[in-house]
Design a protein around this ligand. Structure first.
Ligand code: ADP
Length: 247
């Protein structure tokens, strides 16, 4: 029996090692892509393109966008590593807060991007719904979900953010959109770091591929869960569930 236990430990260690290697390979690739692009455009500029004002402007705009992309990836990686540290080291504090506070903050952060696509964000969140949580982190989770909804939905859509108390007293927060949805085959992997349904499309839209992994970690830290209900072409609903406050 002890031998079986040791074998199980070795299998787990091997799996962890494989995941670590995969992650390092992914990070390197994700960082290398914008760096290669920046290097190429800077070289073209130095080779003479800088004399043509119109082209120079176009190339420098690409360099600027790729630099922003690099910054976003690094910010998201730092957030993830902070979330993975244990409570004392990370300095993340939890308090009793009305869920509507971080929700409303998040909506106001996303409003500008929604307006650009004439997307209407509809919010239903009662003040009396309270959770034990970290306002900044909940705000970030909601920003990530609403930002995705806005990014992947067509112009003129409606994004619904709804909060309610469930029968078992857990608090449910739903971010629902009527966009392209997520095919069933991808749903299990969607919360993994750097996993995207369409890599090129996500990159073009400025995505880092880390947004949902961050949401999942934030919910773990709150003793809650995240679930997805979606089918291709019929929109997506992300469901965050927070534990009930002790009465
Ligand atoms: P990204 O930065 O690429 O948006 P995320 O981790 O936030 O990374 O999301 C992972 C992938 O899940 C996205 O690339 C996209 O393919 C898919 N996705 C996330 N949210 C939605 C949504 N609301 N509608 C359709 N697809 C989505």
């Amino acid at each position: 029996q002890r031998l079986i236990l040791v074998m199980n430990d070795i299998t787990t260690l091997k799996q962890l090692e494989r995941m670590r290697k995969e992650f390092v390979a992914n990070v390197s690739h994700e960082l290398k892509t914008p760096i290669t692009s920046i290097k190429g455009f800077v070289e073209t500029l130095l080779d003479g393109a800088i004399d043509d004002r119109e082209n120079a402007f176009r190339f420098l705009t690409i360099v600027q966008n790729q630099t922003t992309r690099l910054g976003n990836i690094i910010d998201d990686l730092l957030t993830l590593s902070r979330l993975e540290q244990n409570d004392e080291e990370s300095g993340i504090s939890m308090e009793k807060i009305p869920l509507c506070h971080p929700v409303n903050e998040a909506i106001s952060i996303c409003q500008g991007r929604a307006d650009e696509k004439s997307i209407d964000i509809h919010v239903e969140c009662d003040r009396e719904l309270e959770i034990l949580g970290n306002g900044h982190l909940i705000e970030q989770a909601v920003v990530n979900l609403v930002d995705n909804a806005v990014k992947y939905c067509p112009e003129g859509s409606v994004v619904l953010v709804r909060c309610e108390r469930e029968e078992d007293r857990r608090i449910l927060l739903v971010v629902q959109d009527n966009g392209p949805g997520i095919p069933e085959a991808d749903q299990e992997r969607i919360f993994e770091r750097f996993y995207r349904v369409e890599k090129a499309r996500s990159r073009d839209m400025g995505g880092t591929g880390l947004g949902l992994a961050i949401v999942k970690h934030i919910m773990l830290l709150h003793g809650g869960t995240v679930a997805l209900e979606s089918s291709r072409g019929e929109g997506a609903s992300f469901l965050l569930r927070f534990p009930a406050l002790p009465s």
